[in-house]
Design a protein around this ligand. Structure first.
Ligand code: GH3
Ligand code: MG
Ligand code: MG
Ligand code: MG
Length: 312
């Protein structure tokens, strides 16, 4: 908060978000006791390239929120089990759902009741009957902004990778999945070698370039299902689901080798960088803290053994 707003970084994040838009369809949860209407909205949104899911019993909405992971909830007001406003109140009690816009869509024309619904957790109030085009654009603009905001909250602006907090949250989620499905899970901690001297010799902007290039390399070389985060300044974490220790060490060593061959050209001359890496895996080590601790210790040993190596 003491730093001035970095507008350039902000624009960069928004750009990256825009670039991701076409491949990831907007996911809309439609809560309406009328199956006919709900399915009509679903069809309308799907014709615009979105993915819809219909829930006719509002009491089931929370479970669907969690499982479907929507970008936005389109919410009816009057339903037999509870009102949309009541449901919004409950949804807003969960911080994980805070960033999901709730748009009411109801025949309710009374402005006071609309305002009350909004004050209980809604972001917008649309009235039925609604023009399909209007519904699509109202939903799309909301989702676009919500995604941009979320990417600022969860991602690091220099690299676009998950930030520290989100990386740990993802590791927690992936570890629970691994335990449930009895599949291995590997965690790799990566730390750039002698990075202080890179900054000191070539300047901070060149250091940033090295960080960006490693982030790109990790994203390129790892699987789409793998999760990469910027854990600290020049520290990264890679979470590899369904991957046993040896396989993780092998792939991280390939990344290490590729990174050590990247040439950086600067006015002060050409140089190469390297990183050290520590890998640990479930089920060899169980529990979030144990896993991180083991990966950290392996990283420390890699540093001590001379850097530019992967240890487990
Ligand atoms: P080691 O091989 O032991 O890891 O040595 P090191 O110099 O990399 O170790 P250390 O952790 O002491 O230094 C990390 C440096 O990374 C310190 C900090 O100035 C720099 N750094 C952290 N974040 C950034 C960043 O966003 N950009 C740049 N350019 N430098 C950063
Ligand atoms: Mg209704
Ligand atoms: Mg470090
Ligand atoms: Mg370092």
């Amino acid at each position: 908060l003491t730093k001035p707003l970095d507008v350039a970084a902000l624009i960069d994040v928004l750009d990256r978000f825009a670039g991701r838009k076409p491949e990831e369809a907007y996911r809309i949860l439609i809560v309406d006791d009328s199956a006919t209407l709900a399915n009509f909205y679903k069809l309308t949104l799907e014709q615009a390239g979105m993915v819809g899911r219909v829930v006719t019993n509002p009491l089931e909405a929370l479970a669907h929120l969690q499982e479907f992971n929507p970008d936005l909830v389109l919410m009816d007001m009057y339903m037999p089990e509870c009102t949309g406003a009541e449901l919004a109140t409950v949804v807003r009690q969960f911080t994980v759902f805070l960033s999901i816009p709730i748009v009411f869509l109801s025949a309710e024309k009374n402005l006071e009741r609309q305002q009350e619904a909004m004050s209980l957790g809604g972001d917008d109030f649309l009235t039925k009957p609604i023009q399909p085009d209007y519904l699509v654009s109202a939903v799309a603009s909301r989702v676009q902004r919500a995604r941009a905001l979320r990417s600022i909250m969860y991602r690091d602006s220099l690299t676009g990778l998950l930030n520290h907090t989100e990386s740990k949250k993802q590791l927690d989620i992936q570890l629970s999945r691994a335990i449930r499905s009895q599949m291995p899970l590997a965690v790799a901690m990566v730390d750039i070698d002698h990075f202080k001297s890179v900054n000191d010799t070539y300047g901070h902007p060149v250091g940033d370039r090295v960080i960006r290039s490693l982030s790109l390399l990790l994203q390129q070389r790892l699987r789409k299902s793998d999760i990469v985060g910027r854990y600290g300044g020049e520290e990264f974490i890679a979470i590899l689901p369904d991957t046993p220790l040896e396989a993780a060490v092998k792939v991280m060593d390939e990344v290490r080798e590729a990174f050590s061959k990247v040439e950086y050209q600067t006015p002060q001359g050409t140089f190469y960088a390297s990183f050290s890496c520590g890998v640990a895996a479930y089920p060899d080590f169980a529990g979030l803290d144990r896993l991180l601790e083991q990966a950290d210790q392996a990283l420390y040993r890699a540093k001590k053994a001379g850097r530019n190596r992967v240890n487990s």
